[in-house]
Write a protein that binds this ligand. Structure first.
Ligand code: PLP
Length: 433
């Protein structure tokens, strides 16, 4: 069967939808995909070089039991991440349960009673608000630990470094920057913007700690925030840097003094990085890193197809096609609850796993609104695999990200459009192509 036949007979894609998506795709191939492939290539070589530099060998995938002392593979994995990010050191562990966990570890390791942290890229990601104690009243949040918190909103989608500098007090120890869109509606901060803000702040406060939440950002550009002055960057292995292969985990990469503190927070003072069993995950972690540049480029192309198709239908999308990308997220504003649910259903139906189930909004731990999440992933909850989620609040924005392979994203786009044909206004536009 030809592609068209499979799509039509097995997935129920109409010729109208197929032609519409193909037309948008042609424009993307002509105008945008080359640049993504160049970035992919640079990152792929960077990763291979780091593995060779540290003489990764097959015995590094063996694993120990108990405390996990002298785990050469674990140590090499951390050195390899540090090399890729050009940092002094890194902590890369399957026992870091999520991105939020990695961020909490980092914040609570750096900040002590009475210290202040300032978010200089506006309101942080939902789960971080719970961590900070800005929302909810969870035991062990940072407010309870005596940490003061402030935030500086973005100005014109850029870091307002002038206000950030003014906001610093004697108590300010750390500035935090979120690279990705998160659950806001703004393009991810480009590395150029982050670089400029860090440089301006460093002119006045050379020693202030700067942490970047790098979730969803890894390998979208040729450099990382750690290349342009961030002291520490933090992310999840079931997002970009795990390449869809890592089974779990998070990383923290940065200055050695910071990583030492984070390691002591993760395990215990005195043992730090020296212990922590990997349960045999080192091979997955590193093979995931090896895959990551390629997978991220596929996800970015997929995000662009979603963005291109939905902007052509008249929906507001961020980032816009011509904007420089700095994460894998494509946000689409629907202003319509039913449409958000339909998109999530379509993404679910496009999945290799759990395609037959329907996502429903639920009270996800750590989030203050109900969230609907579509993810038919091999690694549960992985959002480097094609996934869509939306907090159930106006203006009903769907966040689409991931896709290990562009073809899979394209199927998701086509199934989304089929469902969107139920809405008269969308049907008219597609049919009048
Ligand atoms: C995903 C994400 C987090 C939290 O990561 P989890 O692994 O879901 O806990 C934090 N910040 C940003 C910007 C994210 O995208």
């Amino acid at each position: 069967m030809s592609t068209e036949e499979i799509l039509c007979k097995q997935f129920g894609i109409s010729e109208t939808v197929y032609n519409y998506v193909t037309k948008i795709e042609k424009d993307l191939k002509e105008n945008y995909f080359d640049k993504i492939e160049k970035i992919r290539e640079a990152n792929q070589y960077k990763v291979i070089y780091a593995m060779q530099e540290h003489k990764l060998d097959y015995t590094n995938f063996y694993w120990n039991t108990g405390y996990g002392y002298d785990d050469v593979g674990r140590e090499k994995a951390e050195k390899i991440f540090a090399s890729v990010f050009h940092t002094e050191d890194a902590l890369v562990r399957p026992s870091i349960a999520s991105g939020t966990h990695a961020l909490y570890l980092t914040l609570s390791a750096i900040l002590q009673y009475g210290d202040e942290a300032i978010a200089i890229s506006g309101r942080p990601y939902d789960t971080l608000l719970t961590v900070l104690g800005e929302e909810g009243n969870e035991p062990c949040n940072l407010k309870e630990a005596g940490i003061i918190y402030k935030e500086i909103p973005l100005y014109n989608n850029d870091i307002d470094w002038e206000s950030a500098i003014k906001a610093v007090t004697m108590k300010t120890k750390l500035l935090m920057i979120q690279r990705s869109t998160g659950y806001s509606f703004r393009p991810a901060l480009t590395l150029e913007k982050i670089k400029n803000a860090i440089a301006k702040i460093r002119e006045v406060y050379p020693n202030i700690y700067i942490m970047v939440d790098n979730c969803y950002g890894e390998f979208v550009d040729e450099i990382e925030p750690s290349d342009i002055g961030a002291d520490v960057i933090v992310g999840s292995l079931i997002k970009n840097p795990g390449g869809g292969i890592a089974l779990s985990g998070g990383y923290v990469a940065g200055k050695k003094a910071i990583i030492d503190r984070v390691a002591n927070r993760l395990t215990a003072p005195g043992v730090g990085k020296e212990i922590g069993l990997t349960f045999g995950t080192t091979r997955n972690t590193l093979q995931g890193l090896f895959f990551a540049p390629h997978i991220v480029s596929e996800a970015v192309k997929g995000a662009m197809l979603f963005g291109g198709v939905f902007s052509s239908l008249g929906f507001e999308v961020t980032p816009a096609l011509e904007e420089q990308r700095s994460d894998i997220v494509q946000a689409i504003k629907f202003n319509n609850k039913d449409m958000v649910v339909k998109i999530c259903e379509a993404v679910q139906n496009a999945s290799p796993v759990d395609a037959h189930v329907s996502p429903v909004p639920w009270d996800m731990p750590g989030y203050s609104n109900q969230v609907i999440m579509a993810s038919g992933a091999f690694v549960s909850g992985s959002s480097i695999e094609l996934s869509a989620d939306a907090p159930m609040r106006p203006p009903y924005i769907a966040y689409i990200q991931g896709g290990l392979f562009y073809d899979h994203c394209k199927l998701g786009v086509m199934l989304s459009l089929e469902k969107m044909m139920e809405f008269g206004e969308v049907k008219n536009i597609i049919s009048n192509l």
